[in-house]
Design a protein around this ligand. Structure first.
Ligand SMILES: [Ca+2]
Ligand SMILES: [Ca+2]
Ligand SMILES: [Ca+2]
Ligand SMILES: [Ca+2]
Length: 252
């Protein structure tokens, strides 16, 4: 009796599906099978129609192996066998997921344009286009400041930072898969701008004049003077030890 030696059949995940295993044979045949997971399928012994017995999950099991037996109804029946390979085709039933709900990054305000600030990670359990991820920044007004690599999701600097102007940025990172329809998820990104010493200390006034009694100078008393930074007009450095060296000049 002639029968296929190998069969490869495709069934869809999540849907009740069927494949016909009788196409290779004609005549009155009884079909049986051994399958590595026998609750997933039912084989109609008369028609050879193989039906999914439950909804399949490709992400749990994508391939089933088995053997199909075809026996004729002769008084001395003959049996043929075929190795059966059932592959579950993918549906886009998983969102791409970013590894954290919130990512925290930091960059020196003197960081060079193009430097990478953050490397978010994302996964999608589906395959091919259903698992192909594309990253974007959702917050339009920050698209000039940060660039997200659409393939990797890496966040890099697109323009210069200035901590004295803005010391923190927040935007929404979106990852979308290539399925039809597509699925997506988002995460918050918070980037702190770290201070660099990029501003000189500035006196509040252009000149100061004061009088000191000579006896104080003779007694070597300590003179103190506060040089104030201009709060509004001049940018202030953060958490830096301010050491001002005063030099006095005798102008008499
Ligand atoms: Ca699935
Ligand atoms: Ca899937
Ligand atoms: Ca997907
Ligand atoms: Ca600074």
């Amino acid at each position: 009796m002639q029968y296929c030696t190998h069969m490869c059949q495709l069934v869809k995940e999540n849907l009740y599906d069927s494949v016909n295993l009788s196409t290779c044979l004609a005549g009155e045949i009884q079909y049986y099978m051994d399958l590595d997971e026998d609750t997933a399928f039912i084989l109609n012994p008369t028609t050879g129609l193989l039906l999914t017995n439950r909804s399949l999950d490709r992400e749990q099991q994508s391939v089933y192996h088995g053997t199909v037996y075809a026996t004729d109804k002769a008084s001395l029946p003959l049996t043929a066998t075929a190795l059966l390979l059932i592959m579950v085709t993918d549906q886009n039933d998983n969102d791409p997921i970013l590894s954290k709900p919130i990512y925290y990054g930091a960059a020196l305000e003197t960081a060079v344009i193009g430097s990478t600030i953050l490397k978010p990670k994302a996964t999608d359990l589906d395959v091919h286009q259903n698992g192909h991820m594309t990253f974007t920044v959702l917050t339009p007004d920050l698209q000039d400041t940060f660039e997200v690599n659409s393939n990797t999701g890496y966040v890099s600097l697109k323009q210069e930072l200035d901590r004295e102007a803005l010391e923190s940025y927040s935007f929404v990172l979106k990852v979308t898969d290539g399925g039809t329809p597509s699925r997506y998820s988002t995460a918050q990104v918070i980037i702190t701008v770290l201070d660099s010493n990029d501003n000189s200390p500035v006196f509040e006034e252009e000149s100061y004049s004061f009088q000191v009694k000579q006896k104080n100078l003779i007694r070597n008393k300590t003179l103190s003077l506060l040089g104030n930074m201009r709060g509004g007009k001049v940018k202030q450095e953060k958490e830096r030890l301010l050491v001002i060296l005063y030099m006095f000049k005798d102008t008499s």
